[in-house]
Design a binder for this molecule. Structure first.
Ligand SMILES: Cc1ncc(COP(=O)(O)O)c(C=O)c1O
Length: 393
């Protein structure tokens, strides 16, 4: 991105006037054109009625599917609107038939909610959860994956970028192996869409879930699910309503034949339309440019943080993204976060379930997570570094 584009992004991000926002992996600052669009939609609902607004703006609601499809190189009929990434992911995961002895393969850096769902279904069905361990780079060992796959393997499921670190998992390498062995592949792209180019055909995933509020800068309470065309009719969602299916008589219902069979009837209509706008906004800059800027800024931040005594950058992997995590020998992560908040700098703390399996293995309790977006400036980076240095001095 050039200086003009960065300036445009900052001018169109009103929150930049108030705060240094390095919590984009939590929830980004919405861009003004997206936020204004959302407010107008809600105002129309207030003044004209919700159903009436949805009817008059039906093309804008359809636009959501078109934009998501463009963003990830899919077809609009392969996209469902879901209220968040977890539920989008659940709708697929709980659709996959599992029996005693079946195997689900995931990775060490997997997101906590997903691990809980694996264990939940393992308890219900007698299926087994198998963890693909990391290689020396801290990435899933793809050679090992080939050895783990057998006739009982019913799913390979992985977070593209974990919640608590800068690691970018080798999604395409895993996809190539999943496809070679004919194993369905579910990718949790919650932290990757919006900060890097994500192409479902390149990756070779059968399903992908994501959220609106993080790097895509959409409203909270929005998410999406991608289901590859050949899978749509093969799966029965775990929950269905009269939007997902048509009731024909006392004995029969007919499921929709597109990915919207994984949706609910009632939803956040304004959010769906505004999420479509947020994707348009990102694509206007271009995902390759966005990725380049974010990754470069984050690499610089890591380099500079590493110079600070007693501070350890905890990001793993060969390719690292806009999530920068670190810990300090003397100051705990929660204190660093609250001290930064007092100075109008937003970061978050990664701890607990979210990164449990990875942190347990590495002996980590909690890390500070500073997540950079393209609208963050070099000045903000310097400001952040100087505050960190003061804090730990
Ligand atoms: C890797 C990953 N997957 C899934 C989620 C859940 O997303 P949501 O809160 O939209 O359900 C998160 C949220 O932080 C995440 O980091």
């Amino acid at each position: 991105m050039n200086k003009r584009e960065i300036q445009r992004a900052r001018n169109e991000t009103r929150g930049c006037e108030y705060v240094t926002h390095f919590n984009n992996a939590g929830s980004s600052l919405m861009a003004a054109p997206v936020a204004d669009y959302l407010y107008e939609f809600l105002q129309e609902e207030e003044m004209r009625g919700g159903y009436e607004t949805a009817a008059s703006r039906s093309m804008e609601l359809e636009n959501f599917y078109v934009r998501v499809a463009e963003l990830i190189n899919a077809k609009p009929k392969e996209i469902a609107f879901v209220e968040n990434a977890t539920r989008a992911w659940d709708m697929i995961f709980y659709s996959i038939p599992l029996r005693a002895g079946d195997q689900i393969i995931t990775v060490r850096s997997e997101y906590g909610s997903n691990v809980i769902a694996y264990l939940h279904r393992a308890k219900q069905t007698g299926a087994e959860l198998v963890i693909l361990e990391n290689n020396d780079d801290g990435e899933p060992d793809t050679n090992q994956l080939r050895k783990l796959i057998n006739k009982k393997t019913k799913l390979i499921s992985m977070s593209h970028i974990p919640t608590g670190g800068g690691l970018v998992n080798p999604a395409s390498e895993i996809g190539a192996i999943a496809n070679e062995y004919g194993v369905p592949y579910l990718l949790d792209a919650c932290q990757s869409v919006g900060q890097m180019s994500v192409d479902v055909a390149d990756i070779g995933c059968d399903f992908l879930s994501a959220t609106g509020r993080k790097f895509l800068r959409g409203p909270r309470g929005t998410g999406f699910l991608y289901v590859k065309q050949d899978w749509i009719e093969r799966l029965e969602p775990p929950l269905i309503d009269q939007f997902a299916a048509n009731l024909l008589d006392e004995k029969t219902y007919l499921l929709r034949r597109d990915a919207r069979k994984f949706e609910n009837w009632e939803r956040y209509f304004a959010g769906q339309a505004a999420f479509g706008r947020a994707i348009e906004y990102a694509m206007d800059f271009g995902l390759p440019k966005i990725q380049h800027r974010i990754f470069k800024m984050a690499d610089k931040l890591r380099e500079r943080l590493q110079e600070i005594p007693e501070l350890e950058v905890t990001d793993q992997g060969r390719l690292k993204c806009g999530i920068v995590t670190f810990r300090h020998e003397a100051l705990d992560a929660a204190t660093i976060k609250s001290e930064l908040a007092r100075r109008k700098i937003n970061v978050s703390v990664s701890s607990g379930s979210g990164s449990r399996l990875s942190f347990m293995e590495r002996g980590i309790e909690a890390v500070v997570r500073a997540s950079i977006h393209y609208y963050n400036s070099e000045e903000e980076l310097e400001h952040f570094l100087s505050k960190i240095r003061q804090l730990v001095a």
